[in-house]
Design a protein around this ligand. Structure first.
Ligand code: IVH
Length: 733
């Protein structure tokens, strides 16, 4: 226990300057600085980690100011582990990428105890296989961890024939935050990094220093040379609520949940903001990168050691022998977790023995020795107030339920998509119904079921309208589809959607042309199709509300600049159903000119690597519609790129064809020579004119001539068109 009163006080810089002769003063200052650091660190540890304060706030503040003063006068004495270094620094411009010394794996999920049992069976089989036998997974000694005498001697006094061994697990709560990797060298925190992709993270040391429950120096006499600590940074629920209240007052968008808020805070460039946000941290993994020091033998011991190092380790951890004990722990926390001051979404079960962990190792993504046993998504009942119908870019009508807001998975939810007509029928939703809404972490909220027993009398059934709520035209219900559509090409909702999509980042990327402006342009009838954008002049634009001369000019320039965007983006921007950005790249590479694509058969389109029959049909049909053909003509006239520029074709490489050289000879049954060539190139292959030893395949059609003879002579494999298409399609088709 600290005895603060025994500390000689000097609280102002005046007193600091009254130290005696220089040499003595140096020693005295140094000693005092060390003393203050020790006191402040101990007090902070007691407050933030142990949750057992040992010092009055006012005393802490006084000592802190004294240290600050001394450091201001003697900056050479400042060290990175000084408590004054936690306050945050001026903004950084960006974070740098760093490689993790030990990768950060994520965890396999089990969504119920059955899946957990399967996971257990799997690691037991792996151990069994490693032991060289094909022992049944039920043979218990494969847990190999701690022998428990499973059965008492029977009545005859004979000892039980088998000895049961239950796997020795550590159960920890799965904290819903953001993983951090901390590096300590000679006991001092030298680096803090985000998880990133597990191999590379972002260096956020300055932000990490602001987290009070992370020690700046390990609390041991002789720390290992290098230590890596992993754990979860999180925002306590009260802090999360407070932050969102403040943001609401400032008109800023709210954080969806504490996890997003924690992740967003850690990536703040201004660590002074991070210091304000009061993040917390639980440590759960220890790596010692020092050959002279051994890790303790178990995860349990590692957690204890982490605690001795000065970390907060979650106090709800528990050793659990076997499935039943895990079940008890999991069941207990299923409800008890809601009393905790932070969010948890499951239990992490780890094999306790580090030797076993090492033996089991990792799959591509996960450790075999740990699993996240998740709790089901959170559900809550609420009352539906109204159903609005939205019309999307493709004309699809989406009913959206608006209900009394409920708290789910740490967020406030007040609306959820009802998807389509079929889902409405299935739910049999009536206005005023009480429904059960579900949301799990980041998953979009959904209406799970209706509670008809709570339905008010004479409640009206919710059905989709016969007419589009935007343009009033009749809607259609295409055969075999659940979607109800407005097919009026000039429906303002469809036009707006098409424009927003055209201007979006992966399409033509037109800066400044967002949803709001699009709405204004369409309402003012300045634009009815994406081609109209290229006719816009600054003058009428400047008349629009909140735009002005300068912004209008900028917009016209941004639209003009979009004419330089490559053909693949234009193709994506056209918004053809099923043509995402990746498909558009593959198609643009295979058909480097819009005319080739517009005149291609469904088969030729479907022959492109990665393009399935449904996509091909959709593309084919799009180009058959006269209004779309007219749009292409207008875009062409405006100077938009509808051809690939030289060298712009990025092959969507097919492992079978990539790098191979082809020669085509004779007339192919369905593809023109150019089409076949484009397809091969799109898949990463090369097409040359003459057969040589370097040719990998000869594609042969009718009336093939001398090339065939030469290829046969050289033993080069010959392909028909069908063979070629099969080769292209043999991956994922
Ligand atoms: S152990 C290889 N323990 O959950 C070991 N992770 O879904 C991997 N998490 O990325 C991590 N609480 O960010 C572990 N007690 C706990 C945890 C925990 C939360 C997070 C962690 C991880 C994610 C995996």
């Amino acid at each position: 226990m600290l005895r603060v009163t025994m500390v000689p006080r000097s609280t102002s810089s005046d007193q600091t300057s009254s130290f005696p002769a220089p040499a003595d003063a140096d020693v005295a200052v140094r000693q005092r600085v060390q003393e203050l650091r020790r006191l402040l660190t101990e007090a902070s540890y007691a407050y933030y980690v142990l949750d057992a304060p040992i010092m009055e706030d006012s005393v802490y503040d006084q000592l802190y100011r004294e240290l600050q003063d001394l450091e201001t006068h003697h900056p050479d004495l400042i060290t990175p582990d000084s408590p004054t270094q936690r306050v945050g620094e001026k903004p950084a411009t960006q974070f740098t990428s760093v490689q993790h010394a030990v990768p950060l794996y994520s965890l396999e999920n089990a969504f119920n105890l059955e899946e957990f049992t399967n996971w257990q069976g799997r690691w037991q089989r792996v151990l069994g296989a490693q032991a060289g036998g094909d022992r049944s997974p039920s043979i218990p000694q494969m847990g190999g961890v701690r022998e428990v005498d499973g059965s008492a001697p029977d009545e005859s006094g004979q000892p039980a024939p088998t000895r049961l061994t239950l796997p020795d697990y550590v159960c920890e709560l799965k904290i819903d935050g953001s993983a951090l990797a901390l590096t300590y060298e000679d006991g001092v925190l030298v680096r803090g990094a985000t998880r990133g992709d597990g191999t590379m993270g972002e260096e956020i040391t300055q932000n990490v220093r602001t987290i009070r429950s992370i020690p700046l120096r390990l609390q041991v006499e002789k720390p290992p040379r290098r230590v890596e600590v992993r754990g979860e940074a999180f925002l306590p629920l009260t802090v999360f609520d407070q932050i969102n209240q403040e943001r609401k007052a400032e008109g800023l968008p709210l954080f969806a949940n504490p996890r997003n808020a924690a992740a967003g805070t850690l990536r703040q460039l201004d660590s002074r903001i991070v210091a304000d946000r009061k993040l917390d941290f639980f440590a759960y993994t220890l790596h010692i990168l020092d050959e002279a020091v051994d890790l303790p033998p178990t995860q349990w011991d590692c957690l204890e050691l982490l605690q001795r190092f000065g970390f907060r380790v979650n106090p709800e951890r528990q050793r659990c022998q076997g499935l039943e004990a895990v079940r008890d722990y999991y069941d207990r926390w299923a409800t008890a977790r809601f009393q905790l001051p932070y969010l948890t979404d499951g239990v992490v079960v780890k094999l306790n023995s580090l030797a076993l962990q090492e033996q089991l190792g990792f799959t591509q993504k996960f450790p075999r020795w740990a699993v996240a046993l998740k709790y089901p998504a959170e559900e809550a009942p609420t009352k539906v107030e109204r159903v609005v119908v939205q019309v999307g870019r493709t004309g699809a009508l989406t009913p959206v339920a608006e209900f009394q807001s409920v708290q789910l998975a740490g967020t406030t939810v007040s609306r959820a998509s009802l998807h389509n007509r079929d889902r409405l029928l299935e739910l049999d939703l009536h206005l005023g119904d009480t429904v059960v809404v579900r949301k799990a972490g980041e998953i979009i909220p959904e209406v799970v079921r209706v509670l008809p027993e709570l339905r008010p009398p004479q409640a009206e059934r919710v059905v989709l309208p016969d007419r589009c709520p935007e343009c009033g035209e009749p809607v259609v219900q295409p055969a075999g589809e659940a979607v109800t559509r407005c097919v009026n090409a000039s429906c303002p909702a469809i036009v707006r959607g098409a424009l927003v999509h055209w201007a979006s980042r992966d399409a033509l990327d037109i800066n400044g042309l967002g949803e709001k402006l699009v709405q204004q342009l369409v309402a003012a009838q300045l634009v009815q199709s994406v081609a109209d954008l290229y006719q816009l002049e600054a003058e009428p634009l400047a008349q629009l509300e909140r735009l002005g001369q300068k912004s209008a000019q900028k917009l016209v320039q941004a639209i003009a600049a979009s004419k330089q965007k490559p053909w693949s983006r234009v193709l994506y921007g056209l918004g053809i159903r099923h043509v995402g950005s990746v498909n558009a790249q593959a198609l643009a590479a295979a058909f480097p000119d819009v005319t080739q694509l517009a005149t291609a058969s469904v088969d030729a389109i479907a022959a492109v690597y990665g393009i399935g029959p449904e996509i091909a049909q959709s593309v084919y049909e799009w180009f058959q519609i006269p209004a779309n053909q007219h749009l292409i003509e207008r875009l062409q006239a405006a100077g938009v790129q509808l051809q690939a520029a030289k060298g712009q074709i990025a092959p969507a490489s097919n492992p079978t064809l990539a790098g191979k050289t082809f020669v085509i000879t004779g007339t192919l049954p369905t593809l023109t020579r150019e089409e076949a060539k484009a397809l091969i190139q799109a898949a990463g292959g090369k097409v040359t004119e003459s057969v040589s030893r370097k040719t990998h395949y000869l594609v042969v059609g009718e009336n093939a001539g001398s090339k065939l003879t030469k290829a046969q002579g050289l033993g080069i494999p010959c392909l028909t068109e069908a063979d070629l298409l099969a080769l292209m399609g043999d991956v994922d088709r």
